[in-house]
Write a protein that binds this ligand. Structure first.
Ligand code: CTP
Length: 419
């Protein structure tokens, strides 16, 4: 069973009602609409009267490519956009910004304008992105209203801390568009990895030579981080063992930061056996300086030879123990892609190898996209076109799920035929 999703495709064809209430943060929301449309979601914007004081409906009409609903009894209102039929076809209702006033209305079930009526008639999940003055936010009335709504199953993103439009500092800022977008995806993605434990490694390792120098490689960590984020939003409990990267840490993931291959080995081997799946996306340095010089190496000689020794092969070590853990490795190659990857699959005893020819433009290190072939133990392979690392992360997870359920099916059949 494949979930057939991706960071972008999760939202494809989804119908999202976006309610906008009267807060200054409304000016950020066209960017959210643009992102949703780019992800091929249908967006129907509803604006309260106050929201229209902050931003023109025409802006939202343009970015959503849909007429904006601003009034309860507008002459243009057809049965297609009436609150009940709209609420019926929605996959998700998002209210951003959600002011203290609309939160209060939702909490008591008031229905005195199009947005509150739609929210009341709606059966789909609802996500609120509160935005208001810090004192309004911390007021027990607002806090209790939010508690009531959360108990009823409303989702809430933010608010964040920071400088507020009213001049105050504190909690009340609407979450950034990127964060709201991520929450939307998290709510809509099927949780097909719920209850599963994933360990994912990412990034390069750094092997120190002296206090200011180290040997490393060009890995950015993007592929491993995309995998950690994708597994997390699909419901898995994720541990990310990461080498040094410049990337923001994925939310909701347990992070273990390491520098060297030796440290990555220790962290990975320690947790490995309690995992369902381990994905080795890290570009582990194969060699480290044989000796670490505690003092800076001075440029005294014309030639300098540095002796290197092999680091432990983490994936191969796990492959030796194997057990029931599903192992996924990567193969970064510059020649004979499939033959080399096939060899790694066998010698490291893994279940799936993600093979990429790092010399191809749009593939490998530092890029936002990748071009890979998935090689399975059963000898089957699947060549994937160039795609974002985010989308590829979901494709890899789809493959893991498919191979695991195939293995379960075969085991059951074997048991049946024995009896
Ligand atoms: N790997 C590992 N420990 C190492 C080196 C690599 O666990 N010391 C893992 C990588 O994370 C990857 C897989 O092994 O999942 C293959 O890594 P790759 O660099 O492609 O190959 P190597 O095994 O290092 O062999 P070579 O460099 O000769 O291609």
């Amino acid at each position: 069973m494949t979930a057939n999703l991706s960071g972008e495709n999760t939202l494809k064809g989804k119908s999202i009602i976006l309610g906008i209430s009267g807060g200054i943060a409304a000016y950020k929301v066209p960017e959210l609409v643009r992102k949703l449309r780019k992800a091929e979601a249908e967006v129907q914007v509803i604006m309260t009267k106050n929201a229209q004081e902050f931003i023109a409906p025409l802006t939202f009409q343009t970015v959503s490519n849909n007429p904006v609903i601003t009034e309860m009894f507008a002459p243009v209102m057809t049965s297609e956009v009436a609150h009940v039929s709209l609420a019926d076809k929605a996959d998700l209702v998002v209210v951003a910004p959600a002011t203290a006033n609309v939160i209060a209305k939702f909490a008591v079930g008031l229905a005195d304008d199009f947005l509150s009526t739609t929210v009341l008639a709606n059966k789909a999940p609802i996500l609120l992105a509160p935005a208001m003055n810090v004192n309004m936010y911390t007021n027990p009335a607002t806090q209790e209203n939010l508690e009531v709504l959360k108990k009823r199953g409303f989702y809430c993103v933010g608010p964040g801390k920071g400088e507020l439009a009213c001049g105050w500092e504190g909690k009340g800022r609407m979450s950034e568009v990127e964060e709201i977008f991520r929450s939307i995806k998290t709510i809509l993605v099927p949780k097909d990895l719920k209850g599963k434990k994933f360990l994912i490694t990412a990034g390069p390792t750094q092997e120190p030579l002296d206090p200011i120098r180290f040997i490393t490689n060009r890995s950015s960590g993007k592929m491993g981080y995309a995998l950690a984020e994708a597994a997390q939003i699909r419901g898995a409990e994720v541990t990310l063992v990461t080498g040094p990267t410049q990337l923001p840490l994925p939310r909701g993931v347990k992070v273990i930061s390491v520098d060297t291959a030796g440290q990555m080995y220790d962290a990975t081997i320690k947790h490995y056996q309690s995992m369902d799946t381990v994905i080795m996306a890290a570009a582990v340095a194969d060699y480290r300086p044989a000796e670490f010089s505690p003092k800076k190496i001075k440029k005294e000689k014309n030639n300098l030879t540095i002796a290197l020794v092999k680091t432990p092969d983490i994936l191969a070590a796990m492959g030796k123990k194997k057990g029931t853990v599903f192992l996924v490795g990567f193969a970064a190659e510059t020649e004979d892609l499939l033959a080399n990857a096939q060899q790694k699959l066998q010698t490291k005893n893994v279940d799936l190898i993600v093979a990429n020819d790092v010399t191809q433009p749009g593939a490998g290190f530092e890029t936002n996209t990748n071009i890979v072939t998935l090689l399975c133990r059963n000898g089957k392979s699947e060549k994937l076109p160039q795609m974002s690392k985010e989308l590829l992360a979901h494709k890899i997870l789809d493959k893991v799920i498919a191979l695991q359920s195939e293995a379960r099916r075969q085991k059951t059949e074997a048991r049946r035929s024995r009896n």
